[in-house]
Design a protein around this ligand. Structure first.
Ligand code: DC
Length: 223
């Protein structure tokens, strides 16, 4: 079974998807980490952002491994490095070109093949897995999302104001929504779920119920 969780930056997708996967005993795929690692690899290899063919080739061939929430690039653990704000700022260079996206969507499909997976990103229910059995679109108000990100970044010792974080996030929202291919969009058959004023356990509990209900419906339909 494939469960897709799409939604804007800061809605809590990664944490929720990881926890949900653990409860369901499914694998967890963080596709944002794939865009992040390609951005880092392009910087390391010195591939210019204008070289779309070079970036697409890198996205096809780059040796990275996703192990739960750890990301290895050429065998080195880059889990922290790919979360740096500089990478977040530059990511549009690999997330915008359709050629790079196509390469990563292929890798996502290969990764998922025949497994039970919770996969999270922006285009999982629309482009990567349009036939997924259960689709969630996770949302939260811009202020609540920025507040969460602000707390996370401050906890990591980064010197940013709440206003900086909100401004960066609104900029990312616009980029994610306006991308010509793979834009952030709720799939027609996705369930929209707002995490506003819910804590993590409440969100995971409710999503687990949605998935279990869907599993029962599918079991009923096939018997
Ligand atoms: O979820 P995240 O913040 O780690 O994602 C990083 C960036 O990658 C985000 O700005 C948009 C992009 N992305 C994407 O375009 N498609 C996905 N499926 C996942 C992430």
């Amino acid at each position: 079974m494939i469960v897709t969780i799409d939604g804007p930056a800061g809605a809590g997708k990664s944490t929720v998807a990881k926890r949900l996967a653990r409860r369901l005993e499914f694998e967890f795929l963080d596709t944002g980490a794939m865009y992040r690692v390609i951005t880092l690899a392009a910087m390391v290899d010195g591939i210019p952002w204008t070289d779309i063919a070079g970036l697409a080739q890198l996205a096809r061939a780059c040796r990275f491994e996703l192990q739960d929430s750890r990301m290895l690039l050429n065998g080195n653990d880059v889990s922290e490095a790919i979360r740096a704000p500089e990478i977040t700022q530059l990511i549009c260079n690999v997330a915008d070109p359709p050629e790079v996206r196509a390469a990563l969507v292929d890798r996502q499909r290969d990764w998922v093949a025949k497994r039970d997976v919770v996969t999270e990103g922006r285009d999982q229910g629309t482009v990567a897995f349009p036939d997924a059995e259960c689709k969630i679109f996770l949302v939260a108000s811009p202020e609540e999302r920025a507040q969460r990100r602000f707390r996370e970044l401050r906890a990591k010792g980064m010197d940013l104001t709440y206003e900086d974080v909100l401004a960066m996030q609104l900029d990312r929202d616009q980029r994610d929504e306006r991308r010509p291919v793979g834009a952030l969009r709720k799939a027609d058959d996705a369930i929209e779920f707002s995490t506003d004023s819910l804590d993590l356990d409440q969100v995971v509990d409710q999503l687990e119920s949605i998935v279990r209900k869907r599993q029962q419906e599918l079991a009923g339909a096939s018997s």
